[in-house]
Ligand binder design. Sequence first.
Ligand code: KDG
Ligand code: MG
Length: 408
Amino acid sequence: MKISHADVFVTSPGRNFVTLKITTDDGVVGYGDATLNGRELAVASYLRDHVTSLLIGRDPHRIEDTWQYLYRGAYWRRGPVTMAAIAAVDVALWDIKAKVAGLPLYQLLGGASRTGALAYGHASGFDLEALFDSIREHLELGYRAIRIQTGVPGLDSVYGVAASTKIGERYDYEPAQRSAAPSEEQWDTRAYLRHVPTVFEAVRNEFGPELPLLHDGHHRMTPIQAAKLGKALEPYDLFWLEDCTPAENQEALRLVRQHTTTPLAIGEIFNTAFDYQTLITEQLIDYVRSAVTHTGGITAMKKLFDFAALYQIKSGIHGPTDISPVGQAAALHLDLAIHNFGIQEYMRHSPETLEVFKTSYSFTDGLLHPGETPGLGVEYDEQLAEKFPYDPAYLPVNRLLDGTVHDW
Ligand code: KDG
Ligand code: MG
């Protein structure tokens, strides 16, 4: 069996996605997600201009060898563009292998370790009333764990707060705005630190102690500010506090950890296991947040989770709507198979997205399941996808009140 074609598709059914399709000489097709929010065309070019021709004639079953060939062979290692491109190839080859075996992918990863993957959804609101409505709506949909993001008094827009909290309108907070340049937002950490604990107190009073609650700090705090927030949130028993600092400085988390028992999750902008080396070996975090799509695919993520398992650190795979349904399905197969599963992020893709990407995963009683279709269980409708051409969109830029550019 040999790879005969490798094609890259860019489409925008509600938002931009990059998809790699690998076809074998006997007609088996595998898909990989190569979407990098706001930088989509860079990954499409990396694949089209430097990778697809190298795949033709290769044995699709040699997944590890192909991974090493692309990673080591390029000489230039790591980085979001490279690792998203490698991830797309890797996931497409796993899709092919599982289809040839006639098995859902999770069976090739060791089989199911659980009945389904606990998923968390995104509730948000500028004020408590809107936030509570959003939480109730998520509970009605069956969510059993919920991320809480709120407005901050004095700030017009805040990361993670949807324009509408009604699911089906603009419930999916989409930070990437369709325009030729990024929008700009404002930020005030002191106002945020004063406000957030009062919101969690109100949510616990209204919804009780059982519901797992999460919060995303989106890299906006210094280590000492993050330590302060972690301490302040301890009475509200968070499932995790995510991305409390910009963690390319891994040592920063040592300081946070010394001050708080609030569990820490990090890694949605990481792209290799090396980004976690200190965090894992020193047990400075509790959850690994990488996306399959951005961290080298199933092959790299399985190794990363096995490494984390040695230190009792669990998974919390990144699953916003800018991960395509192909990337989300890949995550679900891993979630079902690995022992150290923690939780899976699950925002809902728009109806247009789900018409282009036909999925076989399901959501029942708060648990996601990848389904039993051989392979990943996702089909891509090429003809329909052509009706949604690429439309530039950028993530925002954030500034402090005095105009200084800040992490967003
Ligand atoms: O592309 C950026 C988004 O994926 C990111 O902002 C979402 O922080 C995020 C999350 O936790 O889902
Ligand atoms: Mg996040």
